[in-house]
Design a binder for this molecule. Structure first.
Ligand SMILES: [Zn+2]
Length: 337
């Protein structure tokens, strides 16, 4: 045997290829029933969810910019847990506007979605089409940036780790939770909060993000039916080719997934709602062959749901980043609004 069987990865690689995946899509049987089953299993695997409390919504300031109005507000997501947000309302058109929830990945925080530098070294994140909220407003949508747990204003109180999600994510595990579950909860409560603002049409909500923000976009859309279209960039890939083999920070992981499904199978939670998957041909942490293998599962599920056109794979010619032009073009083509 030539492989190094002393290290854990060799064994895990074997197990990934031979994982039970008990709820993998087979295109047999009752589709809606399977969709319910896989949705229920994902809900279980992301762990214990927080309890809802009063939103305690507080608007902190409002500003007028050249092309949009900006409102900063804070809401309470659960006990001892508040979420800062910025809502942008376009000056063009007339409300109520469809809303795009914009989720950054592992950058320094939501201000990157606003195209703003805030902390030392932010310049490195300002490229790569990461100013999602500005892009959304330019398309005529309202945009919501919310600070995700462990990032930006919500980073943990530990000394400055390379990966600031480490302590928060491991602490969540001690509580029977996952960071994925906690972040999905914040998205759900943000949607509750947004109903307070008459400029926003709460029946037309999209969610988009890149990298860790794409991961939460995908999982949140799986479990939150009020998200009517999702655009997940540089994140939707086979687990075995991305987080299973390549170093990623801890907040990307949902324990036990391979007992039940591959990431692509979870499109069963989404279909027939529209889904845009964006990828980078040179992305070295979500390799393109894994993205394509995974998207083949996604496509098969949308085919079976009778809406093959409602999922799109967009591949940009570059690395781990968002690709605004082809991404928004695909979004517009399959958007229900
Ligand atoms: Zn992280």
């Amino acid at each position: 045997m030539s492989a190094n069987t002393f290290n854990p990865q060799t064994c895990h690689d074997y197990l990934y290829e031979n994982a039970p995946k008990k709820l993998a899509f087979t295109n047999q049987g009752d589709l809606p029933r399977w969709q319910n089953e896989i949705r229920g299993k994902l809900q279980e695997l992301i762990g214990v969810m927080p309890e809802p409390v009063d939103l305690d919504l507080r608007v902190e300031f409002e500003e007028e910019h050249e092309t949009f109005f900006e409102r900063r507000f804070v809401f309470q997501s659960e006990e001892w847990c508040h979420v800062p947000c910025h809502l942008l309302i376009p000056k063009t058109g007339s409300g109520p506007y469809p809303l795009v929830i914009c989720l950054q990945g592992h950058t320094t925080g939501m201000h990157i979605s606003l195209g703003r530098a805030k902390y030392a070294g932010d310049e490195r994140y300002l490229g790569g089409d990461r100013d999602f909220a500005i892009q959304a407003v330019e398309q005529g949508y309202a945009a919501l940036t919310l600070e995700q747990r462990c990032f930006g204003e919500r980073h943990d109180a530990q000394p400055d780790h390379v990966h600031r999600c480490q302590q928060g994510t491991m602490g969540a595990l001690l509580l029977g939770r996952t960071m994925v579950g906690e972040r999905i909860w914040d998205v759900k409560r943000a949607i509750d909060a947004i109903t307070a603002f008459s400029e926003v049409d709460a029946n037309r909500i999209a969610c988009m993000g890149n990298s860790g923000g794409g991961t939460i976009t995908y999982y949140a859309a799986c479990l939150e039916p009020r998200i009517s279209i999702a655009m997940a960039s540089c994140s939707v890939c086979t687990y075995k080719d991305s987080i299973g083999r390549i170093y990623h920070c801890t907040d990307n992981y949902v324990p036990g997934v391979y007992q039940y499904f591959e990431m692509g199978d979870l499109a069963g939670c989404l279909a027939p709602r529209p889904l845009v998957v964006v990828a980078g041909r040179e992305d070295d942490i979500f390799p393109i062959q894994g993205v394509e293998e995974n998207f083949a599962i996604v496509q098969a599920i949308y085919d079976a749901a009778g809406v093959p056109e409602n999922c799109r794979l967009v591949i940009g010619d570059g690395g781990h980043r968002f690709y605004a032009q082809p991404g928004w073009e695909a979004f517009q083509q399959i958007s229900p609004w």
